[in-house]
Design a protein around this ligand. Structure first.
Ligand code: ZN
Ligand code: ZN
Length: 242
């Protein structure tokens, strides 16, 4: 039997948030709340490849994950299991003193998970190096929500139209690259949109407005996404103007 893929950051975030919640009950595969968490993890629009469906994030596996947190938790005096992955430990200490942020992120992931149309939207966003390597602090689901928001055709069209009316051209707000100037006819109307809202404040339920979007060239957009949790349009602009 092939093994299921390792846990993703989003899954660890949700499980850690559950671990910290005061009324979670005991770490036990028969705890109804653990069973509910297992169901939630099974619904997440993230791991689609599940060689061992029976065992995939089942209540037993979830309890083991919770015991891993117990093992690294400095507030817990007894001994837990110490076979946890590096990522379990890393995520634990990242959020151990940022529980409000953890709550916000977990709540938004849960909201997305409970909304079928957004789940499908998220599943349709292709993987890139960030989701592949699980490097975004807020997790891949919020990162993909970001990507889907900035590709929403209607608002992107409006954003471009307005820039054309105001400036007569479409240029990158960071490096001033102009696709038309560089590529002629081929580059007419081409530019990408970047959503300015930090991932942790991005809400699936909120509508994108024109001021949330910035027009950027493909290169600058890639650079922004490389460090999406810390790098703003202004930061990148300052960096290249150094
Ligand atoms: Zn640029
Ligand atoms: Zn973007």
């Amino acid at each position: 039997m092939k093994r299921n893929p390792k846990w993703h950051r989003d899954e660890i975030i949700l499980t850690l948030h559950f671990y910290f919640s005061k009324d979670r009950g005991s770490i036990d595969a028969r705890n109804p709340k653990v069973i509910e968490l297992s169901r939630m993890l099974n619904r997440l629009p993230i791991v689609t490849d599940r060689p061992d469906k029976e065992k995939f994030r089942n209540p037993n596996g979830v309890s083991m994950k919770l015991s891993n947190f117990l093992a690294v938790d400095p507030n817990h005096s007894g001994k837990g299991m110490t076979r946890g992955s590096k990522m379990d430990k890393q995520v634990f200490f990242e959020f151990n003193d940022k529980k409000e942020l953890l709550k916000t992120i977990a709540a938004e992931i849960t909201r997305i998970n409970n909304d079928d149309s957004i789940r499908i939207e998220i599943l349709s966003i292709e993987e890139d190096e960030q989701t592949w390597n699980d490097t975004v602090a807020e997790g891949s689901i919020l990162y993909k929500l970001h990507k889907s928001r900035e590709r929403s055709a209607k608002i992107v069209q409006q954003k471009k139209k307005r820039a054309l009316v105001l400036f007569g051209k479409l240029v990158c707000e960071i490096c001033e690259f102009d696709f038309y100037e560089r590529y002629g006819e081929l580059g007419i109307g081409f530019i990408e949109c970047h959503h300015r809202t930090p991932l942790s404040s991005l809400q699936a339920s909120s509508k994108t407005s024109l001021k949330d979007l910035a027009l950027v060239c493909a290169n600058c957009h890639r650079m922004l996404h490389k460090k999406i949790d810390v790098l703003s349009i202004e930061d990148l602009k300052a960096l290249i103007n150094r």
